[in-house]
Design a protein around this ligand. Sequence first.
Ligand code: ADP
Ligand code: ZN
Length: 737
Amino acid sequence: MQNLTLNEPEQVLSTYFGYSVFRPNQREAIMEVLKGHDVFVLMPTGGGKSLCYQIPAMLMPGVTIVVSPLIALMKDQVDALQANGIEAAFLNSSMSWQEQNEVTHRVKTGQIKLLYVAPERFKGQDGAFLSMLDQLQPSLIAVDEAHCISHWGHDFRPDYLELSVLKSRFPSTPVIALTASADQTTRDDIIAKLKLQNPQVFTSSFNRSNIFYEVRDSVDSTGELIDFLNTNKGEAGIIYTLKRSSTEELAEQVNAAGFKAMAYHAGLSRDERERCQDLFLKDEISVIVATVAFGMGIDKSNVRFVVHMSMPKNIESYYQETGRAGRDGLESKALLFFNYGDMHTLRYFATIDGNDAQTAIMLDKLNQMVAFCELRSCRRQYLMNYFGESHPDVCGKCDVCLSEYHSVDYTTEAQKALSAVARLNQTYGAEMITLLLKGSQSKKMTDWMRALKTYGVGSDRPATFWKSLLRELCSKGYLSQEGNPMPVYKLTGESMKLLRGEEKFIVQEKPDARPVHQRTGADKSSDNGSDRRLFERLRVVRKEIADEEGKPPFVVLSDKSLHELATFFPQTLGDLHYINGFGQVKTERYGSTFIDVIQKFCKEHDIAPKPNHLYRKSAQNNPTGSAGINKNSAERKPSAGRLQSAALSYQIYRTGKTIEEVAAERGLATSTICGHLEIYVGRGMIEVEELVDSSTINQIHEIVKNNPNARLKEIKEAAGQDVTYEEIRFVIAASGS
Ligand code: ADP
Ligand code: ZN
């Protein structure tokens, strides 16, 4: 690759990563780090945390140390960086001494910009690693998954505590801590434990707007799962189950139904687990049936769905596990099968022997998870509120928002249930109450129970109805639950109002139990207007390249890039400049292969390429839900040829030449070159300040402010002799007005 001297975050973003617009908070966090300050970044999974330290790493003189909890994750990140032409490496205990020495040597001789290490590195080996860092004086230390340092978080790892020495040992090295999951307590704890100095905290929205949330009461969850898979054929997904044994069983059933699936759990050997992950990453199998052990090490960006066969243990886990879908920003689904029976297992998991306080925290979290499953209001709003964000009532992208609930009067049923609780002396849980109502012949029903008036009064309804009614009564305050691990129902002060008929018990119910996506079309494939046939072809080519290079396909190119190729049909290497993910290295390495496929496809199908302004990279469609700045620089529509020519001008300009010099070198008019650069100003890749002095910029802004509809000519007249049309165009392109 050409040896460019890059000094701006935007340049690194575009040249190495192939993106042209920062997502919210990325640039701000990067600038803070570059100033040498400590930074705390809180962004959802897929929000783009990595760039917050990867870009400073490229702009700072020495090496950046990245602490990351999992070996598998490190390897993927290093692969992805290398694929973009960035020198990165990792050190971990699975490597031989020789391999470790080799990496150490490359680090010491300044050949590595980013070094990934596990937290264990910082203890052990008689402080050997810390001594090495003493010599190196790293430019930046990044602590990924920083919540692992706090026992308030949901994933405490004692090794992370070793990191508290960093600030005292390297006081002048900025530390950036990043996490996708932290409530206020955890956040404060992270900052305290890492001893961050007045860190600026950047918090991005936790809304994963590209994920569709759905919860179903499961009657035949396996059958429904197979139906669901059939509507998502060919897509990659993760299915979570609670127990190891059920992963194997379910994987078999899924395979029998014609999908390539494998089971994954902690009981497999390390080799087996690695093989399974590897096949999934490489798109050899599309479905993983796993316990929660799977996923922490997974950075696959094109996971299209996550299914929970049973409820996770808390909202944090649910959010994190579902968050593994759609990291590339494309539409994805999160489906959960809710079964109250799983509560026993989960309560058991939540109980920590000899630690009542911690147990209480865990049980409370579990109850909030149950409440999420039983919601009759927008699920996204609930999730956002949970993480301390506000969100409107209706998201339009969850099952609740898309279904028409209707009110049903269950006062009589509620009275039956409450009197069953009373007759059983408020000393039994849902199971016994239901048996009583159903008039069960079970041996659990003793003679005195069978003699009760309420015995059998609810035989006309299924047991699931009564269980869910009890929960609903509980959540509305007509019942309370006490005791652990086998909670019993008790009456409350409110119960009498229902029993005496002073109040009605109205419940919101779904009119039909068919899965939402079959009713609403929410399931339409997520092609975003791209040509499916071409997409499939590109996918095959990507897989071939990936196999050849021994990398996962999404490291070669993301699904998003393939969709853009299949939307815009770029015809030349220059056009690729406008496709997300094509930085310089990927353009050089893979560009012509993909262009060939596209050209051939266009010929076969008689498709005229789209020479249009849609060739505009942006941070749109990003998981944080912000629109990104889509500057419509006067909606000019450069042709594919012009785009190619513009790309060349831009590249020459970026070598440090003036506009006149670029024009001379290319044998074109300066006005033409200005037209080219204007496109890049519009994309935020050239700061307008580079081209126009600030007083002129202010002057033009002022004119436009007073007359927002002013035409170019009018602005020129108002600005006077000294201001050129080109300058006006640059300023307008930059402000997107
Ligand atoms: P996180 O670590 O927060 O889970 P990543 O850093 O892995 O998220 O980023 C998620 C995805 O978004 C990656 O594929 C990444 O390349 C992409 N991405 C990050 N920043 C941008 C951006 N400014 N424009 C386009 N894509 C981006
Ligand atoms: Zn909603």
